[in-house]
Design a protein around this ligand. Structure first.
Ligand SMILES: CC(=O)NCCS(=O)(=O)O
Length: 349
């Protein structure tokens, strides 16, 4: 059994935390997102099967979940490899690859990408949202689910000996389903045993992050070692955000690069622009949360890749960091957000 305490577990094995460097804490390099296919408006029905072409790129930016082809990121390994080389060139050191069971995790591919690019890749253990749970998963007890998660961290995932270094993204819907609640409880049990980092995908409702944290807390989870993802589309009210921040998790803004008029999964949400995201980070820093912020792009569809006119994995390093500095976040605070906070979170207790 590897001695995990004090180390970070990548798909190539344990490393010293200082080796990570700048880290995107929520990305996908290979996955499928068919589970969240959203049919186009009736007058645009043909777009569902249309190939990705230059003339469709703006439509795809507005409707990324309404094109079947766009949901198959797992077909783009060569393009992703090229992008990782660019990311390394831009000063990137590591990527947390949050694909879990249910959205076509493939740790063997992650290992190959890490070997061929030199980027540290940390793979995710556990289960995505309820609609992707198998019948077998739904029938599992909390103890059995916890055994599965622990085994993915200690022994390997997807039938390999390639080990996960984080639990999540653990998927939850709104309201949280019974099966998701058991997975959350199992996550907390596994975290208590392993001292490992956890990352959560909350349901699309502002009450969801708090509800998840309460379940984890009651089951013995370590909230200070847990990242709450997708806050950009989940808690838009400043007061509500500060209330949630008090609960003690890491606060993740991970949809940098996603700007759309209508967010199809919750039309009440006005998806923020990247400038608004930076403004929110500035406010959180001013409120004293610089040690709790982490950021990423959460690339999960093809149109976000530079191959298809998207922003790619280096957008934060090349464009968002200068904007953060321009808006008064200091270089040392940027370093916390990109280097220190991910390192603290990813290091096993
Ligand atoms: C892969 C994933 O879960 N991304 C989040 C998409 S969402 O629209 O913010 O839920």
């Amino acid at each position: 059994m590897p001695q995990l305490s004090g180390s970070v577990q990548t798909v190539l094995g344990l490393i010293e935390p200082q080796q990570l460097g700048r880290t995107m804490t929520h990305e996908h390099l290979t996955m499928t997102f068919e589970c969240c296919y959203f049919p186009p408006a009736p007058h645009e029905e043909s777009m569902a099967e249309a190939p990705i072409e230059m003339k469709n790129l703006f439509w795809l930016k507005q409707n990324p979940y309404s094109s079947h082809e766009n949901l198959l990121l797992n077909q783009e390994i060569d393009a992703v490899k090229e992008e990782l080389l660019v990311y390394k060139q831009a000063g990137g050191g590591a990527i947390v690859e949050n694909t879990t069971m249910g959205i076509s995790r493939n740790v063997a591919t992650l290992k190959r990408l890490a070997q061929e690019t030199g980027v540290h890749i940390i793979a995710g253990a556990g289960f995505y949202v309820d609609i992707t749970h198998s019948e077998e998963t739904r029938k599992m007890t909390v103890e059995k689910l916890s055994d599965v998660i622990i085994s993915e961290v200690l022994h390997g995932a997807d039938g390999t000996d390639i080990r996960c270094g984080v639990i999540g993204e653990i998927g939850t819907s709104w309201p949280i389903t019974d099966s998701e609640k058991r997975v959350l409880q199992a996550t907390a049990h596994a975290q208590a045993q392993l001292g490992c980092p956890v990352i959560i995908h909350p349901g699309r409702n502002s009450a969801a992050p708090g509800a998840v944290v309460r379940i984890l807390q009651e089951a013995g989870g370590d909230i200070g070692k847990t990242v709450m993802s997708h806050l950009d589309r989940t808690i838009l009210d400043h007061g509500e955000l500060l209330e949630f921040a008090k609960m003690g998790s890491y606060l993740e803004y991970d949809l940098f690069g996603t700007e759309m008029l209508n967010y199809p999964f919750n039309l009440k949400v006005d998806m923020p622009s990247d400038n608004q995201r930076v403004k929110t980070l500035t406010c959180l820093v001013a409120e004293g949360y610089e040690d709790k912020i982490v950021i990423a792009h959460d690339i999960h569809t093809k149109n976000r890749l530079t191959k298809y006119g998207g922003h790619g994995y280096s957008y934060i390093l090349n464009s968002i960091v200068p904007k953060m500095l321009l808006r008064g976040i200091t270089q040392s605070q940027v370093n916390k957000i990109l280097i220190d906070n991910p390192r603290e979170w990813l290091t096993f207790k």
